[in-house]
Design a protein around this ligand. Sequence first.
Ligand code: ADP
Length: 440
Amino acid sequence: MQLEFLRSHAWQVSVGRYVVLLAAAFVIGLPWHLEIYSVLVALFGYSLWSLANLYRLQSWLRSRRWRPPPEDRGVWSDISSHVYTKVRTERSQKRRLIALLRAFREAAAALPDGVVVLTKGRSIVWFNEAATRLLGLNSLRDRRKHVDPFLPALAKAWITQEPAQEPLRDVPSTHSENLRLSFRLIPYSPEHMLLVVRDVTPLARLEQVRRDFVANVSHELRTPLTVLHGYLEMLEPEASPQLAPVLADLRGQSRRMTQIVEDLLTLSRLEAQQAPAQDRVPMRALLTSLRREAEGLSQGRHSIHLVRTCEADLRGSTDYLHSAFSNLVSNAVRYTPEGGRIEISWQATKDGGARFSVADTGYGIPAEHLPRITERFYRVSTSRSRETGGTGLGLSIVKHVLQLHEAHLDIESEVGVGSTFSCVFSRERLLAPQGMTEDA
Ligand code: ADP
């Protein structure tokens, strides 16, 4: 209680002591008329005491062993006790922060995914055990080095893109054979970013098994279906008129199955393909052929128009692009009622690219179906698709072909008004028409 009082009134106590000391010295000197000297002696003594306290404070601050401060020395005790409290709080905060940091590091180190902290200039700041295994980093040697030499070629190109937010999926590792990796880059502060590397080998293997299974089944079904189809074609409906409707149905179903198998094989081939052929795709000839196909399918039931405002040709695979475009044309004919209008166009875009579009005045697609429309076997109306000979794989093929050509599919549709499907190509995919230079 007394100590508490002394601590909270340290200044008053010190000043009081000082005044009492000087007054006492004065009174003691009075009888001999030596009050000035006795006050001077008292002042000298006080200064010595203060110096001694300063010395004690300094040795306490310097001491390696951190002891509680000396008590009851007026303002000196107060100063040292404040310093003591501050340092103690800071020390415990530091200890807590270090424990937290250690816990975070241990958690990051235990992650099965590789985590690499990078500077904006892509120098390595820190990485965990998994990154050592997945990228071949060495904890002693590779800190502060540039990360690029440790990345597979594809990831190297990806990480230099600005901004590289889209994750990079399924890249073969250069460090270890048969290892497939996925990469994700997360900028988390103005100076640092996190590179997360995941081992996707089991997933990639499963995906491969699925692809091989579909390809093998389709391939195995092809021969028996061809034989069956051949026999059905040989049968004459006139020979047994009562079986004529059954025969027509059988032929229709066998044609549909053959088409499904062919489409599945096309998809398998597309999935296995890393990059398309780099041929010149002559757009003028291709558009004319598509128009002819549309007229053949329509049999005069629709008005078909061709608009071409872009002179450029495309660079890629003629077969695949023809297959994608003709799927869109065939859909427009199949999902547009008689009397509708279909417009096939090849137009330049503002950014120097070009778009191939097929617009129709057909049934249209409700908005809620659009996000899933390019999935395999996804149909808005199964009966309408089947009636018109659809397999449910057309738009999936279109999407894969466009991905292979670094292009994308744009769909605008309104129920009862019509749909426009556009394949948008970047300027890098365009070639000046033959006989003209790039600038012409
Ligand atoms: P399908 O062989 O069934 O036509 P697609 O993958 O080509 O398969 O198309 C998927 C579904 O998208 C179709 O079943 C149809 O419902 C819808 N669709 C595609 N194109 C059009 C279009 N031009 N107009 C209206 N609906 C369309």
